[in-house]
Design a binder for this molecule. Structure first.
Ligand code: 3PY
Ligand code: MG
Length: 263
């Protein structure tokens, strides 16, 4: 198994991804044929469950796009099952302490580096025993910094061996800082971002941002993030449909309502 997104992160090359909230295998197929570096299936907030995941991941096998899964919680069984289903990395929400980070890493790595239980299903079906030889090296463990506590314990979290990157959940981070969700230009938010980028730099970790749209993704990369999502499947559908509706109604570009942000 070769994890192309992880290779880019290690080489400090920027990468862009798509966030998938809808369990539609055809949409996933289309997205992954657009030279997008990674796709993340969201089991935390997305409208999909594990049995959806077992259909979505095979639909994009064989394309260079790296399949990631955001698990619903920092639970070893959930992380193990996402990896066994063929995810090449997990994004773990609400990591608030070094202990949380160690728990996430242990669930991603086979012994002696961790305590992932051995039962690789899909990758072993496709690759045979070779998977076990490369999994610890090629599986990405990304932990989310998105709470006040996580921010407070940032340096300890970033120093945990086996973490490949920190991923910012900007909306929860706003809540954590006592800000209105979406206050991405508030000095408290930008100071938190600078602190996270600095921790990544110091610990040679990839830095990632959940981007709600292309502008936010581009801004994040310009500001020093290594990777960002460019939007969600739902946001693309909504934006495309709104634009089509406006065009068909003859509404001028300036007057057309825009669908920015949101899930
Ligand atoms: C956040 O903004 O907190 C996220 O986790 C994005 O889904
Ligand atoms: Mg969040």
């Amino acid at each position: 198994m070769l994890n192309l997104a992880l290779q880019k992160w290690r080489a400090k090359q920027s990468s862009l991804g798509i966030w998938s909230n809808l369990p539609d295998i055809h949409m996933a197929e289309v997205f992954c044929r657009m030279e997008v570096d990674w796709i993340c299936f969201d089991l935390q907030h997305g409208l999909m469950d594990y049995s959806d995941l077992t259909r979505l991941l095979p639909a994009i096998t064989g394309v260079p796009t790296t399949p990631l899964v955001r698990v619903a919680a920092n639970q070893p069984d959930q992380i193990g099952k996402a990896l066994d289903a063929g995810a090449h990395g997990v994004i773990v929400p609400m990591v608030n302490s070094a202990e949380d980070a160690r728990r996430a890493v242990a669930a991603c790595r086979y012994p002696p580096l961790g305590s992932r239980s051995c039962g690789p299903m899909r990758d072993a079906m496709l690759e045979g025993p070779g998977y076990l030889a490369t999994a610890n090296e090629q599986i990405a463990c990304l932990v989310m910094i998105e709470t006040e506590e996580g921010l407070r314990n940032l340096d300890e979290i970033a120093a945990v061996d086996g973490v490949d990157g920190l991923f910012v959940g900007p909306m929860d981070l706003c809540y954590g800082l006592g800000l209105t969700p979406g206050s991405f230009t508030d000095p408290a938010f930008t100071a938190a971002i600078a602190k996270i980028l600095n921790a990544c730099e110091k610990n040679s970790l990839a830095s990632g941002m959940f981007g709600y749209n292309a502008e936010m993704a581009a801004h994040s990369i310009e500001n020093g993030f290594d990777f960002a999502s460019i939007g969600t499947d739902i946001s693309f559908i909504r934006a495309g449909a709104m634009q089509a509706l406006s065009t068909a109604k003859g509404v001028s570009k300036e007057d057309a309502p825009t669908a920015r942000g949101g899930y």
